[in-house]
Design a protein around this ligand. Structure first.
Ligand code: NAG
Ligand code: NAG
Ligand code: NAG
Ligand code: NAG
Ligand code: NAG
Ligand code: NAG
Ligand code: NAG
Ligand code: NAG
Ligand code: NAG
Ligand code: NAG
Ligand code: NAG
Ligand code: NAG
Length: 653
């Protein structure tokens, strides 16, 4: 890993002080430097940008991993004198050398502004504090920059100094009481598309479909083959009293779109607001018809659209968050909602900066906005809202029945958060795990049971160290204190079992400690039917006794004369897997262990899991004819990022 570091340094410092460096490097650099140094007054910024971009391009002669590390080193040198030039220099290099697409270059390195989610200043923040040649750099070059370096070995970390040792009494969960159950609603991944446009291209080849800027690279010749099948009604919406206005029918087959977006959405698009309203109304309708009430709702995050950064703005981010909170409030009434923020729920996308390293107030507009609304709506009290403002929108609440719900911001463990590569081998850069442990110890001491909610599940798309630390904590406090952990993010209906001594191949009924419940999404992106669920919860122990999931087959709305989607009962988790299980026993990790074993042994069970995973959407995998389902056993039986990775590697060899 050789780099012309001094040259760069001299180049940059020369701009400030002029000359004083030996010009004994290769000709390209010398020429640039000579030009720079001879210019009086000192060359303009664009010359420095140009020279840095050329230096960055020169790294393409190194091995992929060295090249990536060397770029970080160049950036680190630049940021120490001219942080303002990091964004333009890296963008120029990225675009000119075609390192990524134009869109990706601007997203990753572009100058940050209110229009177009560009992360250039976050990248400069990262460079200012990271260690490019150590774990930080290697982790970054694997997870955040195109797998350029091999996946680094995870250091042997622990956070056990923050909690007392686990005792024998912590190895068992309390038995459900005799007081019956109550219900908790779980909705996830709403992803509102503010730009949803009826007639927009639903079969797009670039960016997200169903917007005014969605295009199909291939020109449609003649009429769309879908003519006559798609019912599109303009201006159909729900009133404040939930009543539905069908709007007026319109022929969107005018020859411009392969598939004109219809009223309720499509599998390659995010949710039009009317689909979100329909989902929430279906919940209220069901509750009314069946005389079911929900004590509270958990919302496991993601409100913003998946569109390219250039179509997302600070304003549209705020607007999406506010709109969704209001829609939830309008339908949930006096039932409290306990939300978390998802990876999409910040601007720029996925960023979250650790206060510990000096980034105070960096994104406080977001935790302030959300905490203010949560408090105004009566979901959090004053103290909890204040905790949320200062804890990256994470908080702890005690429900009226005595359950504690702890909500975390999982961008602290997400690979797309640029700030996660600062001092990445430290175990708790955000102080979030310390907060979690303090809350758990307090509950353990008074025999209170706890639910944990966050957006991103630990095994799927999570950085190895925080995944391991989170798992260590959940293992320590399970099954006695932690009654359940709840996530969204994948859009799929799935679960992850935590076994004692995770990763050491002890997947047995006795070792099964806890289960992560991963809820299906409302958004149909990508290839799933919109779905929501509720849990039947034991009143005494807060253990899950059953889980009921509902969905709507979105394709039925293409030819339904503009009517509202029809929502269906999908399944009961206690019934569908045909496992003999005592009615009085909760659906604990031992139950899910049996489901996992059935999946391991039978293609029919893997297919059943996949049908639920996609909610019977048209592109549901066929486990007999495709390899899609091969990793499913790893997916449901591994809890940490590394264990899942190792398990999949073992399956594929
Ligand atoms: C980047 O470097 C490569 C050789 O490694 C060269 O072919 C290419 O022209 C350079 N691109 C720019 C924009 O300088
Ligand atoms: C590249 O993206 C930027 C930012 O979105 C835009 O301003 C520019 O026009 C794009 N250039 C090309 C060639 O597409
Ligand atoms: C951002 O976009 C809005 C409208 O979409 C426009 O009014 C505003 O001028 C733009 N701001 C900048 C800084 O480009
Ligand atoms: C990891 O650390 C623990 C103590 O923190 C120690 O017992 C164990 O042997 C270490 N494992 C490795 C592979 O270094
Ligand atoms: C076709 O319909 C779309 C959506 O309504 C509209 O934006 C577009 O202008 C129409 N094109 C023509 C040629 O009428
Ligand atoms: C979607 O567009 C592609 C061209 O990009 C075309 O080949 C395909 O048939 C289209 N699919 C449908 C269902 O219209
Ligand atoms: C969704 O419901 C909210 C709250 O009642 C309402 O303000 C909004 O106009 C509705 N939007 C649509 C498209 O139905
Ligand atoms: C609805 O359920 C409540 C208890 O949850 C019960 O008190 C009430 O009588 C029920 N109403 C009807 C109409 O069944
Ligand atoms: C990295 O984290 C460790 C452990 O928390 C801490 O002691 C150290 O000061 C941090 N390093 C930097 C450069 O902030
Ligand atoms: C593996 O599991 C066994 C059985 O539960 C346990 O005794 C052992 O401590 C675990 N090993 C590790 C490294 O956690
Ligand atoms: C359950 O019922 C028993 C007796 O009916 C009562 O003493 C106990 O407090 C109840 N527990 C809860 C959590 O409601
Ligand atoms: C929707 O898709 C499912 C799954 O492919 C299919 O069984 C069903 O017939 C479709 N419904 C309509 C109305 O096309």
């Amino acid at each position: 890993m050789v780099l012309c570091f001094n040259i760069l340094l001299s180049l940059i410092t020369s701009c400030a002080f002029v000359h004083a460096h030996p010009l004994d490097r290769n000709p390209v650099d010398e020429a640039n430097l000579a030009a720079l140094l001879s210019s009086q007054p000192i060359e303009a910024d664009d010359v420095i940008i140009e020279t840095i971009a050329l230096q960055l391009n020169r790294t393409s002669r190194d091995s992929k991993c060295d090249a990536c590390i060397n770029r970080l080193l160049i950036g680190k040198t630049l940021v120490s004198t001219r942080p303002d030039l990091v964004a333009p220099a890296f963008t120029k290099w990225c675009v000119d050398s075609k390192y990524s697409s134009n869109n990706t270059c601007y997203q990753d390195y572009g100058i940050s502004s209110v229009n177009g989610s560009s992360e250039g200043s976050n990248y400069a923040d990262l460079l200012s504090q990271m260690d490019p040649t150590g774990y930080d750099g290697h982790l970054y070059c694997y997870f955040r920059d195109s797998y350029n370096c091999p996946r680094p070995v995870t250091p042997n970390v622990t956070i056990s100094h923050l909690f007392p040792p686990k005792k024998a009494e912590h190895m068992t969960a309390p038995e459900p009481g005799t007081n019956g159950t109550f219900n908790v609603l779980h909705v996830s991944d709403l992803h509102i598309e503010l730009d949803y446009t009826i007639g927009g291209e639903a079969n797009c080849t670039d960016s997200l479909c169903c917007t005014p800027h969605s295009v199909n690279r291939h020109k449609l010749e003649g009429a769309s083959s879908f003519k006559g099948l798609w019912d599109s009604y303009f201006n159909s919406y729900y009133n404040e009293d939930f009543s539905f206005e069908k709007g007026s029918e319109v022929n969107v087959f005018n020859g411009t779109s392969w598939m004109p977006a219809a009223s309720w959405g499509y599998y390659h698009c995010d949710s039009p607001e009317r689909l979100i309203n329909s989902s929430l109304n279906s919940i209220v309708d069901y509750a009314t018809q069946k005389n079911v009430s929900f004590d509270f709702t958990i919302f496991t995050g993601d409100m913003i659209s998946h569109d390219l950064g250039k179509h997302i703005s600070y304003e549209s981010t705020r607007e999406s968050e506010v709109r969704i909170m209001k829609d939830l409030k309008s339908r949930m009434g006096s039932t409290p909602v306990f939300p978390v923020l998802g990876n999409h729920d910040n601007y720029p996308y996925a960023e979250m900066a650790p206060q510990k390293y000096g980034f105070y107030n960096k994104f406080s507009w977001n935790s302030d906005l959300m905490s203010d609304m949560w408090e105004d709506f009566g979901w959090l009290n004053e103290e909890q809202a204040q905790q949320s403002r200062t804890h990256y929108a994470g908080y702890s609440v005690e429900t009226k029945m005595g359950l504690k719900v702890i909500s975390l911001n999982s961008n602290t463990w997400y690979p797309s958060n640029t700030y996660n590569y600062i001092n990445a081998s430290a175990v708790d850069n955000f102080g979030q795990f310390e907060f979690l442990i303090e809350e758990l110890i307090a509950s353990e001491n008074k025999n209170q049971r706890v639910w944990i909610t966050a957006h991103i599940p630990p095994g799927l798309g999570c950085l190895p160290i925080p995944s391991k630390i989170f798992t260590e904590i959940v293992e320590r406090f399970s099954p006695s204190t932690i009654a359940g952990v709840f996530f969204g993010h994948t859009h799929k209906d799935q679960f992850e079992i935590l076994y004692a001594g995770s990763g050491n191949d002890t997947k047995s009924m006795e070792n099964a400690l806890n289960t992560a419940y991963i809820a299906p999404s409302i958004t149909p992106w990508n290839d799933v039917n919109p779905a929501w669920r509720y849990y039947e919860v034991d009143k005494t122990t807060f253990s899950i006794m059953d889980m009921h999931t509902f969905y709507t087959p979105l394709n039925a709305t293409y030819s339904n004369d503009g009517a509202e989607p029809t929502w269906k009962y999908e399944y009961s988790a206690r019934d569908i897997y045909n496992i003999s299980w005592p009615q009085t026993s909760p659906l604990n990790a031992s139950y899910w262990h049996q489901v996992a074993q059935k999946m391991k042994g039978s293609v029919q069970y893997r297919q059943l899991f996949r049908n639920l995973y996609y909610r019977y959407a048209p592109n549901t995998s066929n486990c007999s004819t495709s390899k899609d389902c091969d990793d499913d056993y790893c997916m449901v039986t591994e809890f940490t990022a590394d264990d899942y990775n190792n398990c999949v590697a073992a399956v594929s060899t």
